[in-house]
Write a protein that binds this ligand. Sequence first.
Ligand code: GAP
Length: 445
Amino acid sequence: MAQSSVMDKLVSLAKRRGFIFQSSEIYGGLGSVWDYGPLGVELKRNLKDRWWRSMVYARDDIEGVDAAILMHPKVWEASGHVAGFTDPLVDCRQCKNRFRADDERIKGTPGAPDAQCPVCGSKGTLTEPRMFNLMFKTFMGPVEEDAAIVYLRPETAQGIYVNYLNVQQSSRQKIPFGIAQIGKAFRNEITPGNFIFRTREFEQMEMQFFVKPGEDEHWFEEWRAWRMQWHRDLGIRPEKLRFHQHGPDELAHYAKDAYDIEYEFPFGWKEFEGIHNRTDFDLSRHQEHSGKKLEYLDPATNERFIPYVVETSLGADRLALVVLADAYREEAVEGESRVVLKLHPSIAPIKAGVFPLVKKDGMPEVATRIAADLRARAIPVFYDDGGSIGRRYRRQDEAGTPFGITVDGQTLDDGTVTVRDRDSLAQERVASDAVVTYLQDHLAT
Ligand code: GAP
């Protein structure tokens, strides 16, 4: 399959099946902002739940928080984002389009007479690069003046740093310990695109691990390995995953060392999670700018120090694109082609399709009862009695539903139903009153 066509097919499936819609579509859409439909909201929620469980519930050294999106503007001065969170931009004086200076489509050096605009093709009309801050600004209160400027946070991490002593003291954690958070972040990206890969509003799942200076490199390696394993456990094909270490010119202003976890998307290898050694950069800067001591007192040694921070930062939307791209397959099955999303059962939006083979002979009644039993245990199912059984299976294959439960003639004789596995297509007979346990066992992660 051609690379672009895979993305086109994914975008079209995402819309057709209710995963992802363009924001404000009836008004022509809003650039690089997307809405999640009934299946998409479940997929993303399942991804976030899986991350939260592994970070906060499965460990005793990580606490959760949910900080506000709006923060004191001095936070962003201290963090370096006001001065340094910028991209170099060039404008075309002819067609008025704006590009990142490193846009691969630009021929020549922006500002030079031979540089060519990638949109209108004019030569010599591109300006020299100018720095553009990626933070969205708004105003707090009724007056739109400089003193009232607040920013929509461009990363969730700062809400953790400014609260780290509140969390440490209230939860009585000792270093090393971490704080996890899931929330929205906003960046006024100049060349967004590739569907939900780079958007202007997105969600991050970030964890900041506070350690003793000198132990940071050890914890950095631990977290690097754990995060890669987490993606493998989610069923992402290992050959599509790799690390990329940042070179000196790639490191963010706060980082001493950084690795991206990359996925081979249809448009190439790209980052979807970052693991950063942020040293004591953020906490020291907040201590300096706020005038409040942010030192940790080690109860064992009575030492005071500003902890170092190892950060893991994963985009929920970008992860959703990874799992969709990784799960998408076109296969030939019994002489027919099918589109299937081989999503890990734990993140599939619908866990089972429930089908009466025909709409008579008591089959709908049994199927309705099975569907109700599953829903009562918070297992999302889809009841479908329309069309041939093959078509009903195909519809659920496309939605990524891992199991199909069919009530047929034999059910009325011996009380068993057929359970079909989406991936292997194997079918087995299960007692209808054991379907709940069967699914609970097979959905466990
Ligand atoms: N706190 C560190 C930080 O924000 P980052 O590498 O800028 O680091 C981390 O972002 C992750 O957030 C990325 O790997 C990606 O998954 C996600 N992300 C960043 N910008 C994004 C955007 N414009 N659209 C979607 N996801 C984005």
